[in-house]
Design a protein around this ligand. Structure first.
Ligand code: ADP
Length: 615
């Protein structure tokens, strides 16, 4: 019972979200359901009245009026239903987009450590899979709620007809047949059979729902593997080179074949179970129908109903039989859908980054003084510390380089400065205030960052640089020139309007790794943030482009506070300060000359290794 209550609450919450995402869509669907449910019963009722009027030789006017009412009501209900269909077609796309957008928007609100977490990743994947394998989740609710409503109304109308048949008795039953048709046990047996049929349907449908969810879960795993190989590798030009050179297509296709065989077995097993349970529903429905026909037949044979009653009640019985099993089917599909809804709501209920951060607005004044105080950090779910007791200060306008061996924690330090993670111990202050106290978006507005694994998207170059649809063209061009893409911009006919990648524009360009890195640098400059952070900003650049960037570094970053990670130690010489990370802590800091003077220090070792290599 507790499970059933929880399922109902989930469905109700889902209806609330549907209403918020597209209020007219759900309403239109419900109006359509009422029309569809009422139409056959209004027809039956008025047709029976016409037949009875004819049989009773009623005045022609009455007969015409009744026939006209039957036609008019039919036409009205059909037209209203079609009109609601039109509204639905128009609103469906809007709903579908809003639904997908809401998932993307929610994912963006999550703290970054959540996004890296495998559990969250699986949650998002499940929502996506649920949509792909059978429109499960909110979309299933969107289609099944109006359907359930329609069939529920049909069952109610049909029960109304059946009840009125039960209540009609012969005035004085004479023959044994009449007595039998009017006896209380004939009525009782009818009610008992309806209840038994309902129970059998509910039981079988629950089994179908559980079985479907179990199988769909297993199918989703197979689909994920299928999706991964097919979408990420076989049809992706980025993986095409490796696949062709190592002939990995055979390996991948073999895996896909095995997965599809597994999926077919799962689907076969699921269908077998559904078939067995559906047979039970059909058998009980058949018994019920058989009895109802017998019951109505006896009553009409013994003259309890006029001729119209036979049409009305036998039609009602037919409606009941189909509506009842369809209602149970819609209901079981809603129940099978609740685990997907649960997953969707668990995702929606994850705490957002904003909830973990303060409300303070960004520090004003255009400059940033960062103070890192005794910061230690271990990644969520890990025990080992990646950074231990790190302290340093970035003064406004100062240029700082971070160097160190792979895995010493440099990028992690940058992630902490960007508030992608919070320190496990210690604190980071910006203009004297713990950065956790700032509104996270307002704080991040202070940072222009180029990560090692930066991403440019399939938009125009200008939109990528401005990170917006609106582009200040003069400013974007100036930033691209500063970042070293001036020649490229002059060469490319469409300039800022050049579409990056060919995903959406066949004339789009695939820029090289170095050009992309320059575009990412331009994006950081365009933001005009007081703190610039660059993680290996020249890793993909050729030696001349790299030299140009470092020669003009001061001009590029202007008076902003800047931090960059580099493995090219010669490029750090012009910095005000160099921080050397080793063994997960800040082992040295100072100017190039000061650090070289410490002959046994880590910096001198790194420098000598590189100098010897270039020497
Ligand atoms: P660096 O930038 O100095 O090469 P990183 O800061 O990237 O080093 O990584 C420091 C250590 O943290 C490495 O041992 C790395 O494996 C680990 N690490 C990096 N990212 C994660 C993560 N998301 N989860 C767990 N460990 C991580």
């Amino acid at each position: 019972m507790k499970g059933f209550r929880e399922e109902c609450l989930l469905i109700l919450r889902g209806v609330g979200v549907l209403h918020r995402l597209s209020p007219w869509n759900l309403l239109a669907k419900c109006v359509r359901s009422v029309c569809n449910a009422a139409q056959p019963f209004v027809s039956l009722y008025l047709s029976a009245a016409v037949i009875d009027a004819l049989a009773a030789s009623a005045p022609r006017k009455t007969v015409f009026l009744l026939a006209g009412a039957a036609l008019a009501s039919n036409l009205f209900l059909v037209l209203l239903s079609k009109a609601m269909d039109t509204v639905n077609y128009r609103k469906w796309n809007q709903f579908y987009l809003r639904y997908n957008f809401s998932i993307g928007e929610r994912a963006q609100e999550l703290p970054y450590d959540r996004i890296e977490d495998v559990g969250t990743h699986l949650m998002i994947k499940n929502i996506d899979d649920a949509m792909k394998i059978g429109n499960y989740g909110l979309i299933k609710l969107h289609s099944r709620i109006p359907l359930l409503m329609e069939h529920f109304l049909r069952v109610c109308f049909a029960l109304g007809f059946i009840l009125s048949a039960i209540l009609q008795k012969a005035a004085e039953p004479q023959t044994p047949l009449q007595r039998c048709a009017n006896s209380w046990w004939a009525d009782g047996l009818l009610i008992l059979l309806i209840l038994l049929s309902a129970l059998a349907c509910m039981f079988a449908n629950k089994r179908i729902a559980l079985r479907s969810y179990d199988h769909l879960g297993r199918l989703s795993k197979s689909n994920r593997i299928f999706d991964y190989y097919l979408n990420h590798y076989l049809d992706s030009h980025r993986a095409g080179k490796d696949i062709r050179l190592y002939r990995q297509d055979r390996l991948i296709l073999d895996e896909i074949e095995q997965v599809s065989r597994r999926s077919t077995r799962i689907v076969d097993h699921m269908n077998k179970g559904i078939f067995q349970n559906s047979c039970w529903i059909l058998i009980t429905n058949f018994l019920l129908l058989f009895y109802i026909y017998l019951y109505i037949g006896l009553k009409s044979m013994t003259g309890v109903f006029p001729a119209g009653g036979i049409v009305k009640y036998s039609g009602g019985v037919l409606q009941f039989a189909s509506a009842f099993s369809e209602m149970m089917d819609a209901f079981s599909q809603l129940r099978a859908n609740t685990p997907y809804l649960r997953n969707y709501f668990q995702f929606l209920d994850l705490p957002s980054a904003g909830q973990k951060s303060g409300r303070r607005q960004a520090p004003s004044g255009g400059s940033c003084r960062i103070e890192v105080r005794h910061v230690s950090f271990c990644y969520p779910g890990r025990e080992e510390y990646v950074l231990q007791d790190v302290s340093f200060t970035l003064e406004p306008g100062e240029k700082t380089a971070i160097v160190g061996r792979n895995g010493s924690g440099k990028t992690t330090m940058i992630k902490l400065l960007c508030r992608l993670y919070d320190p496990t111990e210690g604190e980071i202050l910006c203009n004297g205030v713990d950065i956790r106290e700032y509104d996270v978006r307002a704080y991040r507005a202070l940072l222009g960052v180029v990560f090692q694994d930066f991403r440019l998207f399939s938009f125009t170059l200008g939109q990528n640089v401005a990170a917006s649809v609106e582009v200040d063209r003069e400013k974007a061009e100036a930033c691209l020139v500063k970042a070293g893409l001036g020649d490229w911009l002059r060469r490319e006919k469409r300039g800022l309007d050049t579409w990056l990648r060919k995903d959406f524009d066949e004339n789009g360009v695939e820029i090289s790794g170095g050009e992309a890195q320059k575009a990412a640098l331009a994006r950081a400059l365009y933001k005009n943030a007081p703190l610039i952070i660059l993680d290996e900003p020249t890793a993909a650049l050729d030696p001349i482009a790299e030299a140009e960037i470092y020669e003009k570094f001061s001009e590029i970053v202007g008076g902003r506070t800047s931090v960059f990670i580099s493995h090219r130690l010669s490029s750090c010489r012009f910095c005000d300060r160099i921080l050397v990370f080793a063994d997960h802590t800040l082992s040295q800091y100072g100017s190039h000359e000061e650090l070289l003077a410490e002959r046994n220090g880590c910096y001198a070792a790194l420098w000598n290794a590189q100098a010897q290599y270039y020497g």
